[in-house]
Design a protein around this ligand. Sequence first.
Ligand SMILES: Cc1cc2nc3c(=O)[nH]c(=O)nc-3n(C[C@H](O)[C@H](O)[C@H](O)COP(=O)(O)O)c2cc1C
Length: 207
Amino acid sequence: MTKHDKAITLAFTGASGAPYGLRLLECLLAADYQVYLMISSAARVVLATEHELKLPAGPEAAKQALVKHLGCDSEKLMVCGKDDWFSPVASGSAAPKQMVVCPCSAGSLASIAHGLSDNLIERAADVVMKERGQLLLVVRETPFSTLHLENMHKLSTMGVTIMPAAPGFYHQPKSIEDLVDFMVARILDHLGIEQGLVPRWGYDQRN
Ligand SMILES: Cc1cc2nc3c(=O)[nH]c(=O)nc-3n(C[C@H](O)[C@H](O)[C@H](O)COP(=O)(O)O)c2cc1C
């Protein structure tokens, strides 16, 4: 196994949809992935608003708060600060080949589309693109402006997967958790990680 195996970069940015990010983190850790997690300042505000989860600004303290909140194993989770340029995700020589920004704000979408690399989230996305890895952006905004659509189009032509946070209803969700799991299941499918969150269309479910 190389250092790239079963490792993934995850970023929470300041779009609505913190439950998607938290559930994805939980599933990645349960699947025994080494997760390099970054949390933007705006994402911390959203987490506090949507989840009543107040994360401290410091990476280690944020990690401890997340581990407590999720009740997960801390061994495989590394929280990286926004200026932690010595983190593995900052360099193509060490960064995981897969990265998900979930949820992804229109602001981070724009920064990534223009290669700003002004904080570690933007730099990590830039690294994954230049290394021809897999980048998934779970964008959330409504409606989309022409600028948002242009940024998504630009990234899509470069091989980035744009996955709007738009859960389906054909699995007859009964709860918010069902809707969250729908999105997380689609993300895990794209990453090639086995999941049993939602019945697979045409296989596990016949109406
Ligand atoms: C509660 C809350 C909800 C937000 N929802 C969205 C959203 O759904 N989509 C979006 O693009 N921005 C949203 N924003 C605005 C972003 O957080 C803001 O543009 C921020 O600068 C994004 O920074 P980041 O990409 O570094 O996290 C929201 C902000 C707050 C406080």
